[in-house]
Design a protein around this ligand. Structure first.
Ligand SMILES: NC(=O)c1ccc[n+]([C@@H]2O[C@H](COP(=O)([O-])OP(=O)(O)OC[C@H]3O[C@@H](n4cnc5c(N)ncnc54)[C@H](OP(=O)(O)O)[C@@H]3O)[C@@H](O)[C@H]2O)c1
Length: 311
């Protein structure tokens, strides 16, 4: 396809930054990275930037009118489980209502829409899940993401895609991006603080750059529908913590296993979750790097020396 005009929402966030940077590397593509806060700190990104609050329907309409994107990558959202439980209405307004309005605007302006979603749409009884598994969210966050997915399906848009992912980790830049699990772990273990990590949550951890690559493949191949775009390795968050400690040369003895209920008595989590990526592999040629390679790459991006180099 011809290099498209791509508008990214939520481009200050973990996922949005990865999408904007990857889109910016598409030769000839015209990329506008937008965020609720205007100060976008996307190192190495050469595209345009602008402020865009996705809950402001008039502002969304103007942005689509003025920039005329072929594709909107919609990474703005509330992804914290506890925050969604604490303010259910705000979470619904952002994750569902803004997405529904954006889908309608994309239809009016002839743009394709890609929505990152999550394995939290499942109940975690029998993961990892394929795309056609029956969703049954346990949390308000999961319900809002499922409702947003359904809003795309029910919209008049024909060119839409849902890219479900899980436990994304990476190296976003900027004032204070939300700490993902891996960087939180590196910070805590690096400071010598003990951490408790659930050994009953199964995930397929996803490197931010691999996710962005998968999403851009959906765009390049002109695909519609639901795709699982995640890592390939299935492991518990506790096992992941040990792999992170190893990769960063940190003290794995500081990591102790616990249960999800002990850690999060308020909002439950799907336990046996994670995502099967066979569809993305076969239809998109998606090939996420092995977990250890992703952690080694992350180490480089964070400027942490190789463990052997430090001895
Ligand atoms: N991270 C994961 O592991 C994961 C897994 C599965 C799915 N996802 C999905 O990926 C999407 C992004 O998640 P993330 O992890 O990147 O979260 P994040 O780091 O918290 O980023 C979300 C971004 O959305 C922005 N935002 C919030 N309200 C907005 C508004 N009204 N208008 C415009 N932007 C707004 C935030 O802006 P501020 O920076 O100003 O707060 C933030 O930059 C979510 O839809 C989430 O469901 C994430």
């Amino acid at each position: 396809m011809l290099p498209p005009r791509i508008l990214v929402t939520g481009a200050n966030g973990l996922v949005g930054q990865a999408l904007a940077r990857a889109a910016g590397r598409w030769r000839g593509a015209d990329v506008l990275a937008t965020g609720r806060r205007p100060a976008l700190a996307l190192g190495g990104f050469a595209g345009g930037t602008a402020a865009l609050d996705v809950t402001d329907a008039d502002a969304v309409e103007r942005a689509l009118q003025d920039f005329a994107p072929d594709v909107v990558l919609h990474a703005a959202g509330l992804a914290q489980v506890e925050a969604c439980e604490a303010d259910r209405e705000a979470c619904w307004a952002l994750n569902v209502e803004a997405t529904t309005a954006l889908a309608a605007a994309c239809h009016r302006h002839g743009a394709r829409l890609v929505l990152p979603s999550t394995d939290f749409v499942f109940d975690g009884e029998r993961g990892p899940y394929a795309e056609d598994a029956r969703p049954a969210p346990l949390t308000h966050y999961g319900r809002t993401k499922l409702a947003a997915e359904n809003a795309l399906k029910a919209s008049r848009l024909t060119r839409w895609a849902v890219a479900r992912t899980t436990l994304v980790f990476g190296a976003p830049t900027g004032p204070a991006p939300r700490l993902d699990f891996v960087r939180w772990l590196v910070r805590e273990l690096g400071a010598g603080r003990p951490v408790r990590v659930p050994s009953d949550q199964v995930r397929t951890p996803t490197y931010d750059e691999d996710f962005a690559d998968g999403v851009l493949r959906i765009v390049r191949f002109g695909k519609s529908g639901t795709f699982h775009v995640a890592g390939r390795e299935v492991l518990t968050t506790y096992a992941l913590a040990l792999r992170v400690a190893e990769a960063f040369g940190l003290d794995a003895g500081l990591v102790s296993p616990t249960t999800t209920t002990a850690l999060h008595p308020g909002a439950p989590r799907p336990l046996k979750a994670g995502l099967l990526i066979l569809r993305a592999e076969t239809e998109l040629g998606y090939r996420p790097r092995p977990l250890d390679a992703a952690l080694a790459d992350l180490r480089g991006r964070l400027g942490v020396p190789r463990p052997s180099a430090r001895r």
